[in-house]
Design a protein around this ligand. Sequence first.
Ligand code: SF4
Ligand code: SF4
Length: 103
Amino acid sequence: MKTSDKQPAAQQPYKSWKELPHVPVSYPQLGSIGATGEWRTFKPEINAEACNKCGMCYLYCPDGVISYKEGTLPEIDYMFCKGCGICASICPKKAIEMVKEKE
Ligand code: SF4
Ligand code: SF4
């Protein structure tokens, strides 16, 4: 194997996402697939006591339906949340529970 065939070692220059440089991003458009609250089967509920207000759920929600200001409790727009559960999976405090919608 030639030296040039070797994969470079993975580098982790940042200790947290807060250290990432600012780059152009495109945000999901709120409600781009229409109101999903009518067909969603599970919805996320935030446990205010367990939440540490880190904002990770806001960053990861693929539909941009979580509102968040640093140091405050996030708010979910249930009109457009599709219940995918990504926010619950990513929450480091397990403060989001996916609850079955009532019929
Ligand atoms: S990811 Fe979890 S702990 Fe962090 S703000 Fe969201 S609900 Fe709170
Ligand atoms: S369940 Fe999915 S769409 Fe709803 S707030 Fe969480 S990440 Fe966003």
